[in-house]
Ligand binder design. Sequence first.
Ligand code: ADP
Length: 492
Amino acid sequence: MSGRSAILAIDQGTTSSRAMIFDSDTEIVALAQREFAQHYPNDGWVEHDPEEIWQTTLEVSREVVQQRQDLSIAALGITNQRETTVVWDRQTGAAIYPAIVWQDRRTADVCARLSASGRGEIVHDKTGLLLDPYFSATKIAWILDHVDGARERAERGELAFGTIDSFLIWRLTDGKVHATDATNASRTSLYNIHTGEWDSELLDIFNVPAAVLPSVKNCDDDYGTTAPGILPIELPIRGVAGDQQAAAIGQCCFSAGDIKSTYGTGCFVLLNTGTEAIRSDNKLLTTVAFQLDGQRSYALEGSIFVAGAAVQWLRDGLKLIDSAPQSEALAQSLASNEGVYLVPAFTGLGVPYWRPDVRGAVFGLTRATTPAHFARATLESIAYMTHDLFAAMARDGIEPKSLRVDGGMVANNWLCQFLSDVLAIEVIRPRVLETTALGAAYLAGRSTGVFGDRDNFAALWHSQRQFFPAMEELARSKLLEGWHSAVSKLVD
Ligand code: ADP
């Protein structure tokens, strides 16, 4: 033990940069957040300004460290939006193109071509991922092919690629460290999750020169120290994980069979499968859950593109509610959905459909339909989509007995209860809902002893409320039948 008592966690997300300080009891004792601009320069394109990502990250980090000068901060952990791609100049540290965000679809044609030439299987075998624009590889190649001279400069070793964690580490250490962790590496499509190395065959397929790549480390490795003047104090960077993996760690999903679901803008389910990388036949992704002491643990991952975003749409698009929490009272005001089903496939459907082309719809409208029906149907749809994801997992042979939930949406008690009813399993909401930042803090605290060992950290995790299935099986199957009938009208 160093005798120091707190950890700084940076959570660099898709819409905002946040910094938090956790004390040794995992309580949040300081928090700062800054939103930044989303850029949509073309249909299907999504970009961030890397300088804005850096500046907002720096501001929030400085703010919380300044606020809690009374604490002794032992280390810094980073968690980040995954897959988002930055290429920068190794001399100046300046990005040569905006960050291409994970949601960006500009490389759909490249993926379609690779798929048509039969590369999907190799990519799936080695990376556990599907051939999709979502992942970093085609984004890197796009930048190298569209910025003047970039490919030649990359081949000469003048340029560096990184997901946001690498970019922040580079900036925090003033260019001394070019590294990423195994979870972020596992989202690039260039990293062989079985051997734990960048894979030359994948580099060839995606046409990415090895010279741009960061080194890949354990999640709790030594990532250098913040350069003088960056933060009010110099801090060792000792924890890194992509946001969904960090959330699973923050939920203490350390053992095979542990599962969490995060309900934020979208929904991400991660199931720890231990040291075995399970290959899904049902469009779930296989990914690195974490790598500690050179040992990789794996996870199966499924995503629902739209979760909380559908509630935002009720509020900002349709203006049917004034605030997201109001959806709860409205849903509860009805005894049933009265046959109204909403499929919020605004950007397509995720697992198990994986149909980016499909768009949303509402079914069962009558003159009696009110905003309450829309609110209820929206919340119900999140539970049904989770059910379909669980059904895909069940086809892969996995049937969880309980689910740990987090993210902004799970403040909604009605949703948590309905989720438990539809999944027919226990749903557990933890005391600390900031599980993503907590996961990064755990990793950074691991080598510095702030939270003690893993068992001690797990003992600090407390359930705030449990929800148990209470719906009759007949009612449940009728609802699911209604939902599947609605979805089938869109995907057939
Ligand atoms: P992210 O990290 O993706 O930005 P958060 O975890 O902060 O998202 O969750 C915010 C989302 O949760 C928003 O989309 C919002 O609409 C939704 N949300 C917040 N509170 C509630 C609530 N009480 N009921 C339903 N949805 C909610």
